[in-house]
Structure formats: C-alpha cells, structure tokens
Design a protein around this ligand. Structure first.
Ligand SMILES: [Zn+2]
Length: 297
C-alpha cells in the first residue's frame, strides 16, 4: 500500500511528503521537558485527532522528506533517518530497513533523478538518506545531486567544539551521513546569512534548534511556503512558541527563531511544511490576538 502524501501545487512548484516513519507514543514530558505538569494536557482541546495517540496522552511525530518539483529541478528537503545506520543509543533509528526509496519511486522519483538535497540541519533524522551502505562503505544515495548543507552546521559537527557526545541527536551522523558526501565532492554550503537559492527559494537563517539551522522559503507568483525544519516539532509549539524540545541545543535562539517563522508564515499566508507534525504535516498558521493557531491543509 502506498502512503504517499497529498500533492500541493503552489509558487510554481509541486510539493509532496514522502513518509519515512511515524514515532508513536511519544510522552509530552519527554519531548517538552520544561513544560510544567498539566500544561500540555491543557492544550489537548486545541490539537487535532492526528496529533496524539488514541489514549490522548502521548504524541505522534512524523519523520519524512519533502519532495519539491519545480519546472527545472527535483529537490528533496531533509532526508529522514536512513537505513543500516549505527545508532545504538537511539533505538528508533538503529539498523533500520525502511523501503523509503521505494516510496520515493512511488512518487515518480528515482534516486538518480534528484538534482538537489537540502538538509535544514545535520541532526540524525534529517540527513539519514543522504547516504546508503554499499559494500561496507557509505556512499551518496542521490548520485546526480548536489547536497546543500548549512556551513555553520558542517563546521560545528566536524569540530571538537561541537558537543559531539553520545547524548546529542547528531552523534555519529557527521561520519556516516555528511562526511561521505563532502568526500565524494557532492556538497555545497550555505553561509549563515542565508540568501537566495535557485529560481524561487531563499534560505532563512533560523538558528537555535541547532547552531546553523536553516529554514527554506519557496516563493513565486505571489504564493509562498516555508519549510521550517525543526523550528517546531509538534503543533503544540504553535500554541506555545516558548516551549523548546529536548532536542533543541541553543534554547533562547530557538525560541526567537520559532516566533520569527510563525510571524512570517501567518503574515504572508505562507503554507507551512513541517518536518515533524503528524497527519499531512502541512497547513497554515494564523494569528489570534497575541497567539497563533494551526490548521492542517
Ligand atoms: Zn528533527
């Protein structure tokens, strides 16, 4: 059975979700360790059925890639967690065997068709399918693609300055999912100031969740969309932009970037393509006085 996402047509492009997996039964107290007891439960009436498990006590989190087709290019934004990766401390992502590339083919795209792969940041669940294991070696999955990495992320995770320890979401990821791309000569880098990319994209610096996190704006014909990466993980953060997740590394900056993206999405009526919201993972942010509201599309 195919579980291809809806096709969205806007800004002269087609956007479609290619699902890697869902994480079910995520305790809110794990994802949002700084939320006070009862605060998340109080938001439950604002959340959609797809946002939570049937028990209405746990959260559902999606992991997927956004496929964007423009008249000239095939682009993937974020690449899930990948197969065969050694993630002993992260059982959800350890030694996976997910038919993700078959799902991409179901969406009409063979790996060799991909022109650009964008990683909003270099955490474990955003760069996994950058590489596949061939004869014991990690090689680029998309052999005709240029891979676009935020330069600050590459510099940080390749350096001793990063907290490249076993507890962070990027441990081991640089070695098996980023360095092999650079070594093969497939990588290009976006400076921390962001800026225009191809004919209708702009990189928006949204640091905080990680050091050089980038969101991607798609804009043409008076229509806009934002691919927000991990600026938010769940619609809970549209209601409560002050809440950071357990995976956010630079908390004050993460909160500022989240507010900025919410304002941008609401004030420009831009469709928001989330990297972890469940359901369709896409929708609209609107203002409601001082607050923001989320609706799926
Ligand atoms: Zn993530």
């Amino acid at each position: 059975m195919s579980d291809l996402g809806k096709e969205y047509h806007l800004a002269g492009a087609m956007v479609r979700k290619v699902q890697e997996q869902y994480l079910h039964n995520v305790p809110p107290s794990f994802l949002y360790p700084n939320a006070k007891s009862g605060e998340i439960k109080a938001l439950e009436p604002k959340l959609a059925a797809v946002d939570m498990g049937e028990d209405r006590d746990t959260l559902v989190v999606s992991i997927h890639t956004w496929l964007v087709r423009t008249p000239d290019h095939v682009i993937l934004i974020d690449t899930g967690s990948g197969n065969d990766k050694e993630r002993p401390r992260n059982p959800s992502f350890h030694h996976q065997a997910i038919p993700f590339l078959d799902k991409l083919r179901d969406a009409g795209v063979a790996p060799e068709d991909v022109d650009f792969v964008i990683n909003t940041h270099l955490h474990v669940d955003h760069s996994g399918w950058n590489t596949v294991l061939r004869d014991g070696k990690w090689v680029p999955t998309f052999k005709n693609a240029r891979y676009i990495f935020p330069r600050a992320e590459q510099e940080y995770y390749s350096s001793a300055a990063s907290h490249n320890d076993v507890n962070i979401p990027s441990f081991g990821v640089y070695e098996d999912s980023v360095w092999p791309i650079i070594e093969a000569g497939h990588a290009d880098f976006i400076d921390s100031t962001g800026g225009p990319f191809l004919d209708r994209f702009t990189f928006l610096p949204t640091p905080g969740h990680s050091i050089g996190h980038m969101s991607v704006l798609l804009e043409s014909d008076n229509e806009a969309a934002i691919f927000g990466g991990d600026v938010m993980h769940h619609p809970i953060q549209v209601e409560r932009p002050d809440l950071n997740t357990v995976f956010c590394e630079f908390l004050d900056q993460a909160t500022l970037s989240r507010r900025r993206v919410l304002e941008l999405a609401a004030d420009n009526r831009a469709m928001y393509f989330s990297t972890h919201f469940p359901g369709s993972s896409a929708g609209y942010v609107t203002r409601d006085g001082e607050k923001f509201r989320w609706s799926y599309a």
